[in-house]
Unconditional design. Structure first.
Length: 79
């Protein structure tokens, strides 16, 4: 049960990050957003203006960012 709740929370975090990226694109233009190719780069532009804080996987996984998709080392991607 705990593992299932962590997986769902992780996927929720991924959805939030992807939504925040879309908001970033809308606010600053797609060209500016396209230069973001990794998690570290993404976290330099999203918090604190679009995201309050950097999200963390509740199961201890590490998030990555590629091709406009967020993924976790433990839970994978919700897509």
């Amino acid at each position: 049960m705990k593992a299932n709740a962590q997986r769902k929370a992780c996927f929720g975090n991924e959805r939030i990050v992807e939504g925040a990226y879309m908001a970033y694109q809308a606010e600053f233009g797609i060209g500016a957003a396209q230069v973001i190719t990794d998690w570290a780069g993404l976290m330099t532009v999203l918090p604190p203006t679009i995201l309050k804080d950097e999200p963390h996987c509740p199961g201890g996984g590490v998030y990555s960012w590629t091709s406009e998709t967020c993924a976790c080392t433990i839970h994978g991607s919700f897509q």
